[in-house]
Design a protein around this ligand. Structure first.
Ligand code: FES
Length: 337
């Protein structure tokens, strides 16, 4: 189950490295003439080791009628960023029209934007939109290396002193407690970056006494604590054991095996794909933002679209009743009676 998507043929019209390990690809998209809100994302059909897959990326500001994405070549990539990186002008794929689950509310008087690394992609569009409408904003942009800060010079020209950058290779660190201390009370924060940044920002926001309803965030689906490893999933009630490769998610592997799965965002946000962990022989790597840290301590569920295990074997309960599921031969789809 996914939200309604309109797939359109797309052709690469520009590809360039805009920062260290970050490549921007611009597509001409057949039949797409619309605008999109900052924070929107698109789904792209990719091929990973010859196997079709879908990956989701934020769309960054680009000329009318085009869609552009900026993608970091991730050392632990499950294959999506490697596919995007090898695209050349003239190559073709399919993309969905942009959807937005990380929207600016436009209700606040003041905005604080925080980006960690490639998390700048939705924040960049937000900064441009807020600045264009004359809304008070501040952008805090942190990255491991200054050379890896995409859009930094454009943002510097646009925002001037409203932009603060923090390059770890220059010994600069973002102090979230300080950042939140003097904010006007009607400030809304928008944060995008790795899971560790989100967790720290959320904790500091709450500690500052600000309402969590004014804290909005997005996380990378592949942002985990550990590198991807293979593991095996057995589905309780089904005589089925599925290998999950490092370059695929548990949800993808279960779908490939024909296990009926409910899902929507595939980004660890909606919780629809959550499955119950019955047993695990290895530590879990929670990569969702749906469950709070406290819930993870007590709730045996895990979001199959992003979270995984550090090797070993999981036994899961998908919530389906085995008697109502029959398997067709040769790996065809399971049917739910
Ligand atoms: S599909 Fe939304 S959290 Fe997995």
């Amino acid at each position: 189950m996914r939200s309604q998507q309109i797939w359109r043929p797309a052709r690469v019209i520009a590809a360039e490295e805009i920062a260290e390990d970050i490549r921007q690809i611009t597509f001409a998209v057949d039949g797409f003439h619309g605008a999109f809100d900052p924070g929107s994302h698109t789904n792209i059909k990719v091929s990973i080791k010859g196997v079709p897959a879908i990956r989701t990326y934020t769309v960054v500001p680009s000329a009318a009628g085009t869609l552009a994405i900026a993608v970091k070549l991730h050392p632990n990539s499950r294959g999506g960023s490697a596919f995007i990186w090898q695209l050349q002008v003239g190559d073709r794929t399919e993309m969905t029209e942009p959807e937005n689950r990380f929207e600016l509310s436009w209700r606040a008087e003041h905005y604080l934007l925080i980006a960690g690394g490639i998390g700048i992609t939705p924040i960049y569009g937000m900064a441009k939109a807020l600045a264009a409408r004359g809304r008070p904003l501040k952008l805090l942009y942190a990255a491991r290396r200054r050379d890896a800060m995409a859009f930094a010079s454009d943002l510097q020209s646009l925002l001037g002193e409203r932009l603060a950058t923090f390059a770890q290779d220059e010994g600069q660190t973002l102090n979230l407690q300080e950042a939140f201390a003097d904010l006007p009370s009607d400030t809304e924060a928008y944060v995008c970056g790795p899971l560790a940044l989100l967790d720290a920002a959320k904790a500091a926001w709450i500690a500052s006494g600000r309402p969590i309803s004014r804290f909005r965030y997005e996380v990378f689906g592949d942002s985990g604590l550990f590198p991807e490893e293979s593991f095996t999933v057995s589905v309780q009630g089904l005589d089925l054991s599925v290998d999950v490769r490092p370059d695929q998610t548990m949800l993808e592997a279960l779908e490939e095996a024909g296990v009926p799965m409910i899902h929507d965002c595939r980004r660890g946000e909606c919780g629809l794909c959550a499955v119950k962990i019955v047993s695990a022989t290895a530590p879990l790597d929670h990569r969702d933002v749906f469950f709070s840290e406290e819930e993870r301590q007590h709730d045996p569920r895990i979001c199959a679209c992003v979270s995984r295990a550090r090797g070993g074997q999981l036994v899961i309960d998908t919530g389906y009743v085995s008697e109502s599921v029959s398997m067709r031969p040769m790996g065809d789809q399971l049917t739910h009676a």
